[in-house]
Design a protein around this ligand. Structure first.
Ligand SMILES: Nc1ncnc2c1ncn2[C@@H]1O[C@H](COP(=O)(O)OP(=O)(O)OP(=O)(O)O)[C@@H](O)[C@H]1O
Length: 786
């Protein structure tokens, strides 16, 4: 008989020590991450030519040709499978050794990595005629352990990464319950169709004294959430996001994952197919059935050492009674993909980004691990950054062998992505993990009793039985009185055993049958009641938990609401006071602006006024200066003329001239001199000949002078206006006289005669060079005594 016991895998302490020692322990204790490479056949009409050449089963060359320059890159792996390699070949190289280790009690982790559409799912799953690595592992496992299995439910998963050993009684009840719910249709009808062809392979089992229990679980990591693909709640339609937990021994596991004990390969296949159907797959431009998640198929084996029995038929419990737990995890990673090639949008794009992020984190973890190992440093490996790496943390810390199969489409279209994949794969080989040892878990209490290989109860010596009457007593079972009921059954069993030793076989058989029938009936009733009770209890518990949760939530929400209301009030108060402050400041600002504007206007007005005054002054001064300059220019010209002239000018001609330089003044070179020297005009000789014709310009009607002093212009032409050029350019005229009269405040008239020579210009025009001013001032004898 078994008594219920709980187990969890190996204490984590050992691994922790290993991790710390890892940098200093010798390489003999470590295995590298083995990396295999599988080439996929090229697809007709899709893939162009191959860019890879296999140099040996371990070496491959990738040729990268761009702009006429060819660059060859070489990669080495543990083994490279050609495009013609069969699924069996892959299994023989990778699956078989992993499975052998699994049966020896060692853990294993296998990743399939590669670009989308490179054949990862094909390698791990395959199809009906070409089963992949997982189905082959399942077949080979069951071919190997055959009937070396514990009865179902003797070893039971506790859904928290541990196992419990149940009594034969509890196990049989669980079996009955399972049958019952199957018959009632509670358990999903599994696909009975044979999916894969048995490969007939088997591994020799090393210790036939062990009994095995195989457990299957199947999960997927989609958008960095973990889903249980075998979860039947909700009929498996909407899967719940599961959390990752660390068990007391620091092993990572998916909390509450469904772990199904399977007794045949067929059962395992069926679960695998159910999981496959629930996996997130989608059409993309590069693969019609592209995995949008990382899926992890998990095979866990618990091995129980069968106990020898002593002379009394009691099991001998050794010092170390062992339960060995090992697991093989096969991971179909979603393919890395570049959005530029897939042209994914929306959900597909989000998936792709989650896929690439988790793959990138896997890469980072391996890089850090490798660096730590090489440089003997202890950098933190970012396992927690993604669920994928967090789940496999134990493996990288030396909890089992890690292997990777890199799937590659050798088409030149995938060249760039493949170069990244190959680089990562090559780097991965540089990581070393501690060699794992079989994990045996001691059963510590003396209560344990182990079943025989076929699961029937262990022998019990006659002497241990108690004495009973040969008659079969009638038993009445009252399930409300559990203790009584139990002792009745015990009595009955005792009688049976007694009878078995005393009675003849036929009689015994008869009694046996009758009793068994009754017992089965009783057992059935009991199982039904127990199951119902359990269900009701569970329901009640669930409801109670829900209620408690709701209450807690309501309380929390109420507290939050109260806090928020307080905060809201405070905020309102602050906002109000801020408003006031803002308004005050606004008011002040406006006043300030107004004042500023006022001052500005004042300044502008004053400036304008000043400007005007200055303008007026400037105008006046300019007029004054212009007149002065004009007068001075005339004087200057006159002086120049006087100097230039060969004719001796009668000083009386310049009657009123002012500041005329004396005739003896040395002759300065004048502009006209320069003009003459430069071949300009030749000034005509000045004479007072009677041939001179004057152009007399009287711009106004002059007041008659009434004096004997008259300007001497014998020949003259008088005009009041110069209307046309010919008035001046007339070659006969050589002198010009402008008459101007002004009356001062006393009413006295001053007459001015501006005289000059008319000189022809080179352009055919004429210029007047003033050289004389005559001023005649007439004063009335009656005015002011002058
Ligand atoms: N070695 C092979 N022999 C024959 N067909 C193959 C091989 N490898 C892949 N294929 C075919 O190529 C297609 C894509 O393969 P698969 O779905 O396995 O790619 P994948 O790497 O899993 O892609 P994803 O990452 O998008 O899920 C499938 O139709 C598959 O049957």
């Amino acid at each position: 008989m078994f008594s219920a016991t709980k187990f969890t895998p190996t204490p984590r302490k050992i691994r922790r020590e290993k991790t710390v020692v890892s940098s200093s322990s010798s390489d003999i204790d470590k295995d590298p991450v083995y990396v295999f490479c599988r080439l996929r056949p090229l697809q007709e009409n899709v893939d162009s030519h191959s860019c890879m050449t296999l140099l040996s089963p371990q070496e491959i060359c990738i040729s990268n040709e761009s702009k006429g320059i060819r660059r060859d890159v070489f990669y080495k792996f543990k083994h490279i499978f050609t495009a013609y390699a069969s699924q069996t070949e892959i299994f023989d190289h990778i699956g078989y050794p992993l499975l052998t280790d699994l049966l020896k009690g060692k853990n294993g982790l296998l990743f399939a990595y590669g670009v989308t559409g490179s054949g990862k799912t094909y390698t791990l799953t395959g199809d009906h005629n070409n089963p992949g690595l997982i189905p082959m592992c399942i077949d080979t496992l069951f071919n190997s352990i055959g009937d070396l299995q514990t009865p179902k439910f003797i070893i039971k998963s506790d859904r928290m990464n541990g196992f419990e050993i149940q009594t034969e009684e509890d196990a049989s009840m669980d079996r009955l319950a399972e049958n019952r719910s199957k018959n009632m249709g509670n358990v999903k009808k599994l696909n009975r169709e044979k999916f894969f062809i048995n490969n007939g392979k088997m591994i020799p089992v090393f210790n036939e004294n062990n009994a095995f229990a195989v457990f299957i679980s199947y999960i997927e990591i989609y958008n960095n959430n973990v889903y249980d693909l075998l979860d039947e709640s909700n009929n498996g339609k909407t899967l719940q996001n599961k959390i990752l937990r660390e068990d007391p021994n620091c092993n990572m596991y998916v909390n509450g994952v469904v772990e199904v004990e399977v007794k045949t390969a067929q059962e395992a296949f069926e679960l695998f197919i159910i999981g496959q159907k629930r996996k997130k797959m989608a059409y993309t431009s590069l693969n019609s059935e592209s995995s949008r998640s990382h899926s992890v198929f998990n095979i866990r084996i618990a091995q129980l050492e069968k106990l020898p029995v002593n002379a009394d038929g009691k099991p001998i419990i050794p010092e170390k009674n062992l339960l060995t737990v090992s697991q093989l995890r096969v991971v179909d990673l979603a393919g890395s993909e570049r959005s530029s090639r897939t042209q994914n949008t929306g959900a597909r794009l989000r998936e792709a980004s989650a896929i690439n992020n988790s793959l990138m984190n896997l890469r980072t973890c391996l890089e850090v691990l490798r660096e730590n190992q090489r440089t003997k440093t202890n950098k933190v490996v970012p396992y927690r950054d993604s669920r994928l790496t967090y789940l496999f943390k134990n493996y990288f810390e030396g909890d089992g062998s890690v292997q990777m199969i890199v799937c590659v489409n050798p088409s030149v279209n995938d060249l760039e992505e493949n170069l990244h994949v190959m680089k990562f794969a090559e780097m991965t080989q540089g990581v070393k993990v501690l060699k794992s040892e079989p994990r045996c878990i001691p059963i510590s209490t003396s209560k344990k009793v182990i079943s025989k290989r076929n699961g029937t109860p262990a022998k019990i010596n006659k002497k241990t039985l108690f004495s009973l009457t040969p008659e079969i007593p009638m038993f009445k079972f009252d399930f409300n009185q559990r203790d009584e009921c139990k002792s009745s059954i015990d009595n009955l069993l005792g009688v049976l055993k007694h009878l078995k030793s005393e009675s003849s076989t036929s009689e015994l058989d008869k009694i046996n049958k009758e009793l068994r029938k009754r017992l089965v009936d009783i057992d059935n009733h009991r199982v039904l009641d127990k199951a119902e009770n359990r269900n009701l209890k569970q329901l009640l518990q669930r409801e109670q938990t829900k209620n408690a949760n709701f209450e807690t939530k309501i309380n929390q929400i109420e507290t939050k609401y109260g806090n928020l209301s307080e905060k809201y009030k405070e905020s309102q108060e602050i906002i109000r006071s801020l408003h006031n402050t803002v308004n005050e400041k606004d008011l002040k600002l406006n006043q300030h602006l107004l004042e500023k504007e006022h001052i500005k206007q004042k300044h502008a007005l004053a400036n304008e006024k000043k400007d005007q005054e200055l303008q007026d002054k400037l105008k006046k001064q300019r007029g004054h200066f212009t007149a002065e300059i004009f007068a001075k220019e005339i004087k200057l010209k006159k002086a120049r003329e006087a100097l230039d002239s060969e004719v001796i000018v009668n000083p009386e001609n310049i009657r009123e001239s002012e500041n005329i330089p004396p005739l003896s003044t040395p002759k300065k070179p004048s502009s006209s001199d320069c003009y003459k020297r430069n071949g300009g005009y030749t000034p005509r000789r000045r004479s007072k000949s009677c041939d001179e014709v004057w152009l007399e310009h009287n711009s106004i009607k002059p007041v008659p002078l009434g004096t004997v002093l008259q300007p001497s212009m014998k020949k003259r032409k008088s005009v009041t206006k110069l209307t046309k050029a010919s008035d001046v350019t007339n070659p006969k005229q050589s002198k010009y006289c402008l008459l101007a009269q002004e009356q001062d405040t006393d009413g006295e008239i001053e007459t001015k005669l501006y005289k000059g020579d008319i000189l022809p210009t080179t352009g055919g025009g004429a210029q007047v060079i003033f050289n004389d001013v005559e001023r005649l001032r007439q004063q009335s004898p009656t005015s002011n005594g002058k």
